[in-house]
Design a protein. Structure first.
Length: 231
């Protein structure tokens, strides 16, 4: 009976998580090609992506990773880097811009399932995890922000990934120094590095994860029941 109940809970967890993923894909990629003109800061980051494709030297206040990824996504989806991106409102016409939007939207879409996983790990409550993910899923501001050629969806993806990784590493459900623990540790470090490489505000996420690490160390070193070897 206990094993059957566990299997039912696991099936229910996957059902809820799968439903949230489907809703995320449906809402994020709906009419991704509209509007068919330059919107807001697409004029900046689309232009910088073009410069990377054309190997044109330029200086920017932000680190390069975000624009490099935008340029790479455009290059891989047929964009040749010739569109001017002069000002908001310019029609794309025959320009292959959808690939860059799809790339940014895909990274932005990861916010919803990663928030579900992070809250589920912290609370071990599927209700709390569902509620948290739905708040992000139906946030029109985040939905809109992550549908355009911007740095924001890329940065938010790496920020949420850093938080998820840190939560997994410090989770009591994952034993230290196992393959799973090492995976999440490397994942966290990679996400943190990507945060800083997109925008310098990623340093605040490094600070957050650093404080979480200090709290974990305090708990471990302060646990006198542990043998010295394990600490």
């Amino acid at each position: 009976m206990v094993q059957k109940e566990k299997n039912l809970q696991k099936s229910f967890w996957w059902l809820i998580f799968g439903t949230i993923c489907v809703l995320t894909m449906t809402t994020r990629f709906y009419k991704i090609a509209e509007p068919d003109h330059v919107c807001w800061d697409e004029t900046h980051f689309g232009k910088m992506g073009s410069w990377y494709i054309n190997r044109t030297f330029f200086f920017d206040v932000h680190p390069p990773l975000g624009k490099m990824l935008i340029g790479l996504s455009g290059y891989l989806t047929g964009y040749d880097g010739t569109f001017a991106f002069d000002k908001p409102g310019d029609k794309y016409e025959n320009t292959s811009y959808v690939g860059m939007r799809v790339f940014c939207t895909a990274l932005g879409a990861t916010l919803v399932p990663m928030s579900f996983l992070a809250v589920d790990e912290m609370t071990q409550s599927i209700t709390a995890a569902t509620f948290a993910s739905l708040l992000i899923l139906f946030d029109v501001g985040i939905l809109t922000l992550t549908q355009y050629i911007l740095l924001d969806p890329i940065l938010l993806c790496f920020i949420m990934g850093s938080v998820l990784g840190a939560v997994k590493v410090s989770s009591p459900r994952i034993k230290e120094f196992t393959a799973t623990w090492w995976f999440w540790l490397v994942f966290t470090g990679t996400m943190l590095a990507c945060c800083i490489s997109v925008k310098f505000v990623g340093l605040f996420v490094v600070l957050l994860v650093g404080l979480m690490t200090i709290a974990d160390l305090w708990s471990i070193l302060g646990d006198m029941s542990r043998p010295v070897v394990s600490t």
